[in-house]
Each structure stands twice: as structure tokens, then as C-alpha cells.
Design a protein around this ligand. Sequence first.
Ligand code: SF4
Length: 244
Amino acid sequence: MSSANVIEIFSSIQGEGKYVGCRQIFVRLADCNLNCAYCDTDFKRAEYCKIETTAGSMIFREEKNPLDAAQVIEIIKSFSGEIPTQAVSFTGGEPLLHWQFVREVASAVKDFGMKTFLETNGTLSDELKKILDAIDIISMDIKLPSVTGKFFSVHEKFLQTAQAKEVYVKIVLTGETTLEEFLSTVEVIASINPKILLILQPVTPLNNVRAITAEKILTMQAIALCKLKNVRVIPQTHKIIKLL
Ligand code: SF4
């Protein structure tokens, strides 16, 4: 039985990407291997994690870390019995840092007939391979050099592995995003499969990160549409309505 440091488990709407608005159960895990300038998530390990008392109540109890897979499976079972749920989302931080735990919980989730959803920064392809059969949908971020300070060629390898499943790519656009880095990223996606859905997510300004202008968003979507079949602009909707 594996265990992991959990940040929180709760039921809410998916606020980003292709499944925006769908009801999901979120299992947010601690730790990340990146340090993005616009990060809005507290992923640091803590002695206690937060577990919603009932699905969607937004009232939390504390549980001592780490949680073992059986505990988390029971919480998911209980939440899904309360509210029909589109999928269980493994998020973070970077959930693939806990791939054994995710594999164990996701396999059980699939056994009781629910879909599994992985929200990942798209850098750990070896870990992805180890859990691929337990995951239905992959929401993969590609972090541009203007965010991380370096170009992650690992994203290409990750996307090649991920395309065995339903996958879409999300790029967060900021005032610092350059046309050059954006175009080269789009070309990488197109070279793997031009039918992969690309979500352009204008950044929610935070930590002195500048917003992108409306004109630049339209220009970038137009550039991407010359190479990819499906490119959508979707901001973070849960922030607008003040949900988790
Ligand atoms: S990958 Fe995600 S969780 Fe990690 S630092 Fe970047 S935005 Fe934050």
C-alpha cells in the first residue's frame, strides 16, 4: 500500500481546459519539480492535509499526512456517492512525483467505474509510462521558456507518450510570452499530431506577472490555427466565480 503527502481533497468544478465546468473530485498532491513565476498553488508538504467534510461543502477537516491509498479511495467513494462526478482529477504540484500512489488510487477509481484525469506539467515521461493504463484523460501543460527560464525538450517526449490516451495541451500566456517561443512550441505539437487540442490560457495576473493583451491573444490563436486543427482560448473560470 503506497502513501503520499496530500494538500487537499475536495469536490468542485474543473476550472480550466477542455472539461471546464465539469464536476470533479480533486486529489491535490504535494511537491513540484518546477517553479513557475505565475504559480498560484501551495504545494508545500504540511503535517496535515485538508479533506472536505462532504462533497462540495467547502468545509474541511484536517487529516495527518501522509495518507495511504486506501484512505483516499474511501474518500473518493464517499464523495462520488454524494454527487455524480465526471472524473477524479489528480493534480498538484506535480502528481507524477507520486506515481505509485496515483497508480494505486486511479486503478481503484477505474474499477468502480469512474474516469481518471491527470493534470500535469508534462515533464516526467518515464513516470507517465508507469501509470498510463490507469489514466483516461491527460491535461498537459507546456511551460514556455519565458516562464521557466529554459526550454523543456522533455515536453516533446512526454506528449509522444501521452497521445496513447486522450490528451490536450494547455499553454499559459503572459505579457512576457514571445511569438518565437510560442511558434516553436506549436510546431512541436503539430509535428506529433496536428489534431491535438491546444488550450491557450491567458494568465491570471499574480506575483508581478503581467497579463497578456487581447490583441496578442488573438494573434497567437491565429498563428496556432495555421498549424493545429483545434485551438481554444479559455481563462481560469474557477477564479472568476471564486471556487477552489
Ligand atoms: S508546474 Fe504547476 S504547480 Fe508546479 S510550479 Fe508550475 S504552476 Fe506551480
